[in-house]
Design a binder for this molecule. Sequence first.
Ligand SMILES: *[C@@H]1O[C@H](CO)[C@@H](O)[C@H](O)[C@H]1NC(C)=O
Ligand SMILES: *[C@@H]1O[C@H](CO)[C@@H](O)[C@H](O)[C@H]1NC(C)=O
Ligand SMILES: *[C@@H]1O[C@H](CO)[C@@H](O)[C@H](O)[C@H]1NC(C)=O
Ligand SMILES: *[C@@H]1O[C@H](CO)[C@@H](O)[C@H](O)[C@H]1NC(C)=O
Length: 407
Amino acid sequence: MLHFSLGILLGLAACCASLDNGLLKTPPMGWVPWERFRCNTDCKNDPDNCISEHLIKAMADRLAGDGWLRLGYKYVNLDDCWAANKRDAQGRLQPNPERFPSGIKALADYVHSKGLKFGIYSDLGSKTCSGYPGTTLDTIETDAKTFAEWGVDMLKLDGCFSNSSIKAAGYPKMSAALNKTGRPIAFSCSWPAYEGGLPPKVNYTLLGKICNLWRNFGDIEDSWDSLFHIIEWYGNHQDIIQPVAGPGRWNDPDTLIIGNFGLSYEQSKVQVALWAVLAAPFFMSCNLRTISTEAKNILQNPLLIYINQDNLGIQGKRIAKSQHLEVWKRPLVNGQFAVAVMNNGTDGTPKPIVTTLGLLGILDCKAGYKVYEVLEKLFMGTYKLNDPIRTKVPPTGVVLFFLRPLC
Ligand SMILES: *[C@@H]1O[C@H](CO)[C@@H](O)[C@H](O)[C@H]1NC(C)=O
Ligand SMILES: *[C@@H]1O[C@H](CO)[C@@H](O)[C@H](O)[C@H]1NC(C)=O
Ligand SMILES: *[C@@H]1O[C@H](CO)[C@@H](O)[C@H](O)[C@H]1NC(C)=O
Ligand SMILES: *[C@@H]1O[C@H](CO)[C@@H](O)[C@H](O)[C@H]1NC(C)=O
């Protein structure tokens, strides 16, 4: 048995002003290809899985048709490897003609016709990470204009093949160029991930003013090890990165890898629980045509999404860590809370825990709270501040509590 004694209060609401484009007041939700489909350009031998308009349309169809959009998963984005090897005669980026024969404007129109939003990718550098034409300082305005003309709703700007001074000039310049197009385009900046994610090299005050979200850390891979490392990075550096998140400006720990090959059922629940508590973007990167019912049920849990999309937009924090257990807590609107208890142990049996609202620092409503376990869709009962709350946390697993005050 483990008793938590926690005294740490949560950080106050976000510190700073956000990019003034009116977008992403709650974390974005949707689908991106990179983690699952990578730079597969072999449409001859693998037509259903290569980066192409066919793939994007298929995912748009699934998002709109299989209940995702209704729950808020509305962005369908491109990542690297959509572009042709050369700019066109006017110096504009253009798509690979074999894989995107209808062009990007037509693809964006198709996505919009489904009620979805369309995102694109470029790279601030001489080349993208996979070697396609990059956006250089002198092509920023052209590319922003091209994206706006195509009807793009979000731009992810990666950072391969450039240095710190180019990034320091280029990210603010792109932000201004997007604004100048007059089209609201959410802006995702990979800048901090290329500078180690921490001050003094990263200025989060500035990032919040020019970007809607940013990757702080390296790419997620399809494994528990990768997932756990990202969670630990966010926990270990939360005093720096938690206060900078808020409506319109989010830390992005990368895509949801649920529905792929590397995570068990319990580990899949860990990712959504932590991402909800972290107010992280819910970008899936899986094959929505073949996703299992089990994975779909995890990702389509309405209470989980309610927590992730909470309007206060306060990123949760790790409030305790002991042996293999970690407790994470996020304050929500109307005095509600989400609390995740993660067990990263591998000693094959669920770990019994007992805690109380009081020990979790949840003391505002003396009458007590209704307690739900979100991922099992279970109402556990009504608890006063000192009533013991008992549960068991599976190995490399999680429980996610949702607490609603009786007051
Ligand atoms: C551009 O910036 C101005 C001033 O911050 C803001 O009022 C406007 O809504 C922005 N426009 C777009 C398209 O982002
Ligand atoms: C960054 O790259 C540019 C263009 O290649 C170069 O002019 C500049 O000196 C580089 N800056 C640093 C700090 O390396
Ligand atoms: C970070 O950026 C903000 C906003 O642009 C600026 O006021 C501040 O001086 C910068 N901080 C550092 C340490 O450079
Ligand atoms: C659990 O966390 C500890 C550090 O807190 C780490 O050393 C260990 O590798 C982790 N185990 C797993 C299975 O992730």
